[in-house]
Design a protein around this ligand. Structure first.
Ligand code: NAG
Ligand code: NAG
Ligand code: NAG
Ligand code: NAG
Ligand code: NAG
Length: 501
């Protein structure tokens, strides 16, 4: 174990009780049932920290000030231990990733133009949000820091044929007149100056667009494909002035679903890094930490590696039977606690979304099958369920091949869980696409027989078993479809066992 292991932290606080002694005592009791393990912990003196964490009242019935100070210091050491462990790896996962450049944005709009021709649409229309960020690098809060506005600011991408007959993208913005300068100041990723159709406050913006030179060549109603994030009043406004409005689908939706090599590198970096942060943090855990304290330390560990967390679900035992939690995070870590952590962070605008379920490091791993069988029944059940979910994930991963249906991935995992006798306990779909959003289409549920997987699509595989009043297990990794070859893992390495997540 590294010098930043939990033992080192224990040792800082309790000099009189050597880590070796604690280890020996615990080791000799590892076959004992739950109560005996607890007694063992008490015998090693660990329970003193445990009660310190719980802030049990002192002899006078009040929390002792020095105890509070010790708790705070120990918590701080825990976070520092996680950060140091992660930084000590040298962060190799970050090496190949770099931000999306202007050429990448040009290439996206080029693919969009080709897809629009295939879908017989005259233009694609999108307002600031995730898809606008994807094609033009402006999110909704980057355009309107205050709140989403009622004034439409739209990006239109149209396909046209250049002199050599190749399909190219032509981009125009419909923009409030007084905001045109601000739109230019955004420095959107275009090699040429951007074109703006301005509308005055007392004009109808949609009629302004319809009458502009953008669609002057067309003798029929221009056919607009609108993004899924397009607000309803804008769609109706466009339809009212004579546009034919169709929803996102087909090849156009596939543009964002199919990841480029730069996107894959970022997804690999952020997802591998997030898994690594969980593993390094785990080594520093000690009894008495709460779910909230672990989440906060993990967030700061991710930040230390340049990854910005945007959700962090830490759940112990029965609190994990609700896949997305909902309890208040005050449950306390014990030796036999099954810890479920589902966490996501951003790097260069791309998301991670991973989950691991494990025992804390101070719960001794049985060293033989015999020792394992001697564990308490509730621990054995945890081990069995961990293995079933792992097998479910393995079977789902086999389905990540070109032309398999989205449904087949879910069904493969579900079959394993059902056959193992846990039918009805896998309460959500097996996964979803991932990119600039943690959840993107296509969605992997057992009803989605229509969507076929394609090379370059990246997905989560995250089966789970949730046992109400007991515990929950979920394993989540990211897979990239590569034709008929094995999918590529974008999370570095899968979990090995509950002691090696
Ligand atoms: C895209 O926007 C981000 C800010 O959100 C910025 O850091 C990045 O440089 C921009 N990329 C390009 C190619 O302009
Ligand atoms: C794009 O479309 C606008 C409006 O129709 C036109 O003025 C402009 O020349 C076009 N740009 C290119 C590069 O074709
Ligand atoms: C958290 O919820 C539990 C009940 O599940 C309650 O006993 C406890 O007081 C709550 N703690 C906080 C800090 O709200
Ligand atoms: C979750 O943890 C809290 C402590 O934070 C505990 O009181 C509660 O019983 C646990 N279980 C559920 C289902 O809320
Ligand atoms: C899917 O099937 C089509 C038609 O059979 C084939 O051309 C294509 O290469 C397949 N795609 C993948 C990713 O295997």
């Amino acid at each position: 174990m590294s010098k930043h292991s939990n033992w080192a932290t224990l040792n800082d606080v309790e000099a009189s009780n050597s880590p070796e002694k604690a280890r020996r005592n615990r080791f000799s009791l590892r076959n004992a049932a739950w109560t005996l393990v607890t007694v063992g912990l008490i015998a090693t003196g660990v329970s003193r920290y445990f009660s310190a964490q719980l802030r049990l009242p002192g002899p006078e019935g009040r929390v002792q000030p020095c105890q509070v100070h010790e708790d705070a210091k120990r918590l701080e050491n825990f976070q520092q231990c996680a950060i140091d462990n992660l930084l000590e790896t040298g962060l190799p996962f970050l090496e190949k990733a770099s931000p999306i450049n202007v050429a990448d944005f040009e290439e996206r709009r080029q693919r969009l133009a080709e897809a629009l021709v295939a879908e017989e649409a005259d233009a694609f229309v999108v307002e600031p949000g995730y898809t606008f960020k994807y094609y033009g690098n402006v999110s909704q809060p980057e355009w309107e820091v205050w709140e989403p506005e009622e004034r439409p600011f739209l990006m239109l991408v149209r396909p046209f044929k250049d002199e050599t007959g190749n399909i190219k993208a032509n981009t125009t913005f419909l923009c409030p007149s007084f905001e045109a300068e601000r739109a230019r100041l955004l420095g959107m990723p275009f090699n040429e100056a951007i074109q703006i159709v301005p509308w005055e406050e007392h004009w109808n913006p949609y009629a302004t667009l319809r009458e502009s030179d953008v669609f002057s060549d067309l003798t029929r109603a221009p056919r607009l494909m609108v993004d899924e994030e397009m607000r309803d009043f804008i769609q109706r406004g466009l339809a009212y002035v004579g546009f034919e409005v169709v929803g996102l689908g087909g090849r156009v939706e596939e543009v964002r679903q199919i990841k480029s090599s730069s996107e894959v590198e970022i997804l690999r970096a952020v997802n591998t890094g997030t898994v690594e942060a969980v593993r390094q943090m785990r080594k520093c855990l000690y009894p008495g930490l709460t779910e909230n304290q672990i989440a906060e330390a993990l967030d700061n560990t991710l930040r230390a590696a340049g990854l910005e967390p945007f959700f962090d679900i830490v759940l112990f035992d029965e609190n994990a039977s609700n896949p997305h939690g909902g309890t208040n995070g005050s449950k306390v870590l014990e030796a036999e606690t099954f810890v479920l952590i589902d966490v996501g962070a951003h790097l260069y605008g791309y998301s991670s979304d991973i989950c691991r379920t494990f025992f804390p490091p101070f719960f001794e791993k049985p060293s033989s099958e015999k020792e394992k069988q001697a564990l308490a029944p509730q621990i054995i059940e945890k081990l069995n369920v961990w293995g079933i979910v792992f097998e479910a994930q393995s079977q789902s991963i086999r389905q990540f091949r070109g032309n398999q249906t989205a449904a087949s991935v879910d069904i493969a995992a579900r079959n394993v869980i059902d056959k193992a006798g846990y039918e009805g306990t896998f309460t959500h779909r097996v996964g979803h696409g991932i990119g600039i959003k943690a959840h993107e289409s296509p969605y992997l549920n057992k009803g989605n027989h229509k969507t076929l997987l394609k090379t370059g699509m990246a997905f989560t595989s995250e089966p789970g078993i949730y046992l109400v009043d007991k515990f929950g297990v979920r394993h989540e990794d990211i897979l990239l479809v590569q034709g008929q070859a094995e999918p590529e893992l974008l999370t570095g390495s899968r979990a090995v066992g509950p002691w090696d997540p």
